[in-house]
Design a protein around this ligand. Structure first.
Ligand code: EPU
Length: 422
């Protein structure tokens, strides 16, 4: 296993490229199965979750050519719509095969994904959606078995206790593209990654309206064709570098980035005093003055994303004053709190809220990553801590950040990857 060694105290400065969106790549790669024809997906990030996804595509019988940031999928040979536990257990996002397999083959058997370190990860909304489209769904021996003779469009409300569901919306939207008649998804996820998936489906020939709004209308078609498509940039990766720049009093320009994708992130960072400007399609992040503490609540898009909550907490740890961070998507997603505390942060957990008492400095320490975004937060804290921070279990970061070490080094960070021999 590898670890990252971060030497704190260096200001980040320079220009950085953002990779394609991981959370758009997963449902879009699954969506290629809705057609018998080949598709080409470009700007795919080279991260471990994509490598797992490619393994799954192949194991289901597709021919896949993965070269650099391009993935060509020929799903004509796919026959057996069964996704076994050993593949699903390594990546929860693989649930997004349920819709495409069901729509194309009239049946799907997908291992129930189970929870993960950020809390319970139910799929009741996915199942409610495909049932409303006519599928018979049973849960047996850890598998979701779905069958349908003919999918029929329906009006479906897709909201749960924590609001809309990103992959639930993806699954129902994909299934509905091949259903007979019209489907309306109410309380649909508005995330840019869902818009990206919808745009890819439209390129395949699907008829979809209302993308980016809570009401998506899909008029089913008889078949879809293959398509060539380039993914949007990863707003969570970009947000991570924006926060890194703010933390290190840096001056970082993010290339080819569109500020409209950031929603509440922009608002909250400006409220703290971070200067964010956009010019010619590039975003520049600077911090000159002392930042102010803020209250942040994670919510579905365009609210503040749960996937930037840990990184925002790392920033608040060094902003003098009291900040309150409330997690309304995954109320237990606070595994980073105890590790940030090991670095000298002062954080009290009160149910789904973290009360952060900002300190002038953090102190480098060996810390352990628990999930992808928590790991990113620990790296950010390491960039400003006194001395060295060792972040172990780097495989979490490999799941979702392409070339993290090289990108940070290019901006002037002192960071290296080493074998963890503990
Ligand atoms: N939920 C239900 N029932 C369901 C589905 C979800 O109650 O059937 C609840 C969840 O428990 C959660 C909330 O609804 O409280 C939102 O979950 P959602 O379904 O939107 O999450 P997801 O689609 O499984 C995606 C991202 C996550 C990201 C969440 C929220 C992918 C592959 N994953 O997961 O990304 O945190 O949306 O924005 O797109 C990450 O990249 O680090 C990551 C965890």
């Amino acid at each position: 296993m590898d670890k990252l060694v971060v030497e704190g105290g260096n200001r980040l400065e320079g220009v950085i490229d953002i990779s394609g969106a991981k959370n758009a790549s997963l449902p879009i790669l699954a969506a290629t199965f809705l057609s018998k024809e080949p598709s080409v997906i470009k700007n795919v990030p080279q991260v471990a979750d994509v490598f797992t996804m490619v393994k799954i595509l192949k194991s289901l019988g597709a021919k896949v050519n993965h070269s650099g940031n391009t993935v060509e999928v020929d799903p004509s040979g796919v026959r057996n719509p069964v996704l076994p536990y050993k593949l699903v257990s390594t990546m929860r996002g693989s649930i997004c095969f349920l819709g495409p397999l069901l729509a194309r083959f009239g049946k799907a058997q997908v291992s129930f994904p189970g929870g993960c370190v950020i809390g319970p990860r139910p799929i009741d909304l996915h199942l409610k959606g495909v049932r409303a489209l006519g599928a018979e769904v049973t849960l047996e021996h850890g598998y979701v078995n779905a069958r349908v003779k003919k999918l029929k469009g329906a009006r479906i409300y897709l909201g749960g206790a924590f609001g809309s569901s990103v992959l639930g919306t993806a699954n129902v939207m994909m299934t509905a593209t091949l259903a007979q008649g019209k489907t309306v998804i109410d309380n649909a996820a508005c995330e840019p990654e869902i818009v990206d998936l919808g745009n890819f489906l439209k390129k395949m020939g699907a008829k979809i309206e209302g993308l980016g709004s809570p009401s998506i209308e899909i008029e089913g078609v008889r078949k879809l064709s293959g398509a060539t498509y380039s993914l949007i940039p990863d707003r969570i990766e970009a947000g991570t570098y924006i926060i890194a720049s703010a933390m290190t009093r840096g001056d970082v320009t993010i290339k080819n980035m569109n500020l409209t994708m950031f929603g509440a992130v922009l608002d909250k960072l400006k409220e703290t005093g971070v200067m964010i400007t956009e010019k010619n399609g590039n975003v520049r992040v600077r911090r000159e003055k002392v930042l102010k503490p803020v209250s942040v609540t994670t919510l579905p898009y365009p609210g503040f994303p749960t996937d930037l909550q840990a990184q925002m907490m790392a920033l608040m740890c060094i902003v003098p004053g009291i900040s309150v961070i409330t997690e309304k998507i995954y109320p237990e997603r606070f595994m980073h709190v105890s590790e940030l505390s090991r670095m000298g942060a002062n954080i009290i957990l009160e149910g789904p809220s973290a009360i952060v008492s900002g300190q002038k400095r953090l102190s480098g320490a060996p810390v352990m990553a628990s999930d992808l975004r928590a790991s990113a937060a620990l790296v950010l804290a390491g960039l400003v801590a006194e001395g060295n921070t060792e972040v172990s279990r780097v495989y979490h970061l490999d799941r979702g950040y392409e070339n993290l070490v090289a990108k940070l080094q290019k901006l002037g960070a002192k960071i290296r990857r080493e074998k963890d021999i503990r």
